[in-house]
Design a protein around this ligand. Sequence first.
Ligand code: SF4
Length: 385
Amino acid sequence: MKAEGIVKGVIAVGCLAQRYQRELGEQLPEVDAVLGITDYSGIPAVVRRIVNGSDKRFTATVDGGKPKSARSDVGRLLLTPKSYAYLRISEGCDHKCAFCAIPSMRGRNRSKPEDVLLEEARDLARHGVKEIVVVAEDSTAYGLDTHRERRIHSLLEQIADVEGIRWVRLMYAYPHTVSSELTAVLREHPNVVPYLDIPVQHISGPMLRAMKRGTESAQVRRILERLRQEVPGIAVRTTFIVGFPGETEADFAELRDFVAEYEFERMGVFPYSDEEGTAAFGAAGRVPPEVAEERRGELMELQREIVEQRNRSLLGQTLDVIVDGRDPEGDALVGRTFADAPEVDCVVRLAADAAPIGHVVPVRIDEVDGYDLKGSAAVVPGGGE
Ligand code: SF4
């Protein structure tokens, strides 16, 4: 596109660009700038220089390797459908999971100030956003660096009280740091959906220790049980890594039994990938990739049955659905229930023009389509909130 003059320049931005800045600069001469992460405020100046025809290539990180506290993103260009937007509440992570390169790239946890986040939330609401998806590396660590206490529960409440916001969804909670104040907000605030993404990664004790997760198997089981007890009807999403170095058949069998027993509403499974600069990089006890892939397939097959069964139990029910837009593979509309985060979970399909895009509308569930659902909007176009 650059060669054809359709775009004036190409900029690589993000974690990978920061980490392999020099290599990318060498291997991709057609890239005009290789920028890092954390503070995007320097990007406009770089873009201006490229657009103005400077022939100099930029291979500096934005904000280098020493992240400052994160800033407001008010006025940012939204790349998501108008129904929802992500709100990043902090940068970095204080954990040292053995498989993860993120802390070395993004640094320690730095929470954005509450007033800045609320300003962003109000700005998003003014632009018609109905759902705010709260993200961070570790969302439950919010406030620890600034106030020496976990403040995610009060932040969620304040975001949920912003006028115009219908749903607030919390992603990436760290297992043993889910407090009873947080479960109370998930249970009680009408605008905070009873949904929690809580990546537990594994359930076998030896694996959790090898992964340096800082949680024991019994602790993980306890918190997951607490979620069911303290937030009736909660949709719990998790992710697992299979094929971590040293994972035995017995470790995997324990995980499989756990998945069958707990019946997560939503789940993702990733085969282990060796990341440079992590504690597990090059560790002994490698699991062949095909075995990891097989294990992933086995868990996902199990999960498919769990989701389908749950979906069948929804037939005939009327659920609130947020309408995200048109299905790229047809002319139906696609939306989501409270149990579905954008991009990673299931969808509900509705007839084209059955409901206004960007609104939350009641939908009767008529059909199960594997992981997904089909339904009919119980309102005329123009209705909903
Ligand atoms: S996996 Fe998550 S919690 Fe663990 S170090 Fe990486 S970002 Fe932090």
